[in-house]
Design a protein around this ligand. Structure first.
Ligand SMILES: *Cc1c(COP(=O)(O)O)cnc(C)c1O
Ligand SMILES: [Zn+2]
Length: 415
């Protein structure tokens, strides 16, 4: 018996067969993969997972991939780090950082793309495409290269040059569109109606997004099959946010993990915070915005999963907060200087959001909190231009060095 029962409509519940579709024919609601948890429960255990590979494929029994022909870029199974220094700086006693900066293309997007690329092959597509805020471009280009699928990437033309380079190296077709991500996405929907391509965040989105569940599975397994009290997750479209929630709930339902249903904290950049604005206004209706932030990987003004994210914030007893560009940079520096992890702007967003909540007394200092750090700082070096101390330049003499030493910064981490 198959563990995947089909695609179900998140609005009306109608079940469709598992094909490359993403909206309900009856009500235009979004579709999501639906499972038979009795079948999964009979196939999977903590021991069977632990015996699996050190990648997200250890959770294959919980993912919608059939067969054995895995396009494997070895995404996932990234470190979960006890962040004692960061916690001390924030006055919190049990903070952990899920370090997804160390994925194959340096962001968590390798996780959903691993599922999307395998489904693209299963469905017989020859081209894998995406609308990207940056990191997805690199992940799709790399997986396409590995899978022998032609990658076609669509990006907003104002993307960070280093992110364009980090995708172009894999040899995809890169199309830079004059407009925002939301313009790019609209164009891609049109292209998807004409070309029979696997658009990872359009027609194969239901499968793609399931890959993000592994960020919940790994955290629970790495905590000894315990769920944390609270998690801080960045939101662009809200896909990651909704799937982290789904992942924790599945583990609890299957009895694989024990503990609370985590309080879900949504983190956005103030310059693109439609979900946080709706949360503040106590509504589930997201008003689209025009993004203006250095956190370009999160710059989606009209988030497809915004409404569902807001429902989850409510249901989990969670929270939502947004931070300014200056706070994002402070967040990047704080994480780097306390934990030695260099995050991109999205990681600055989650760290700065936790700082803001801690300072406002909106978290319990004793609760176990996991901060998701979803992308690598080397991809957004531009964001730090002019924000860091210059090297101390000296002539090659001992006295010049000793004079310079008196001007050098002191560590903030450690004891
Ligand atoms: C894409 C992305 C996210 C969140 O994306 P969703 O669309 O909300 O799933 C978070 N962090 C980084 C670094 C990203 O690239
Ligand atoms: Zn429907």
């Amino acid at each position: 018996m198959s563990r995947v029962t089909g695609l179900s409509c998140r609005e009306c519940g109608t079940l469709f067969s598992a094909t490359p579709i993403h909206v309900c024919e009856l009500c235009f609601g979004p579709l999501e993969v639906s499972y038979d948890y009795e079948v999964i429960g009979a196939q999977v255990s903590r021991a069977s997972i632990a015996a699996g590979p050190p990648s997200l494929w250890r959770y294959k029994a919980l993912l919608p991939v059939e067969g054995d022909r895995l396009v494997d870029t070895h995404a996932g199974w990234t470190p979960l780090i006890r962040a004692e220094n960061l916690g001390r700086a924030l006055g919190l006693r049990d903070v952990w950082v899920k370090n997804d900066t160390v994925n194959p293309t340096f962001s968590f997007k390798d996780r959903p793309v691993s599922i999307a690329a395998n489904k693209a092959l299963e469905f017989g597509f020859d081209t894998i495409a995406c609308a990207s805020t940056g990191n997805l471009a690199g992940a799709v280009a790399a997986a396409g290269a590995k899978a022998g699928l032609r990658p076609v990437i669509f990006i907003p033309a104002d993307l960070e040059p280093s992110k364009i380079g980090a995708a172009s190296v894999y040899g995809p077709t890169v199309v830079a569109v004059d407009g925002t991500y939301d313009d790019v996405n609209r164009l891609c929907s049109e292209i998807g109606d004409t070309y029979s391509w696997a658009f990872v965040n359009i027609n194969v989105r239901p499968y793609y997004s399931e890959g993000s569940k592994t960020l919940a599975y790994e955290v629970a397994e790495q905590l000894g099959w315990q769920t944390p009290d609270r998690v801080v997750v960045p939101i662009a479209s809200g896909s990651l946010f909704t799937k982290v929630w789904k992942g924790f709930n599945e583990l609890l339902k299957l009895g694989l993990a024990t503990g609370p249903r985590p309080k879900m904290v949504a983190a956005q950049a103030e310059g693109c915070s439609p979900v946080v604005q709706a949360y503040r206004a106590r509504t589930l209706n997201v008003q689209p915005v025009r993004p203006r932030t250095i956190a370009k990987s999160l710059a989606i003004g009209n988030p497809a999963d915004g409404y569902y994210s807001l429902k989850i914030i409510r249901e989990s007893g969670g929270d939502a907060e947004a931070v300014s560009d200056a706070e994002i940079i402070e967040g990047i520096k704080l994480l780097a200087r306390t934990e030695g992890i260099f995050a991109e702007t999205a990681g600055g967003v989650t760290v700065a959001t936790l700082k803001k909540l801690a300072e406002a007394g909106r978290v319990d200092p004793d609760e176990r909190i996991v901060v998701y750090v979803t992308g690598n700082g080397l991809k957004t070096l531009e964001a730090l231009a002019g924000q860091l101390a210059e090297p101390i330049r000296i002539p090659p003499s001992m006295s010049a060095f000793e004079a310079a030493l008196t001007r050098s910064p002191q560590p903030v981490g450690g004891r």
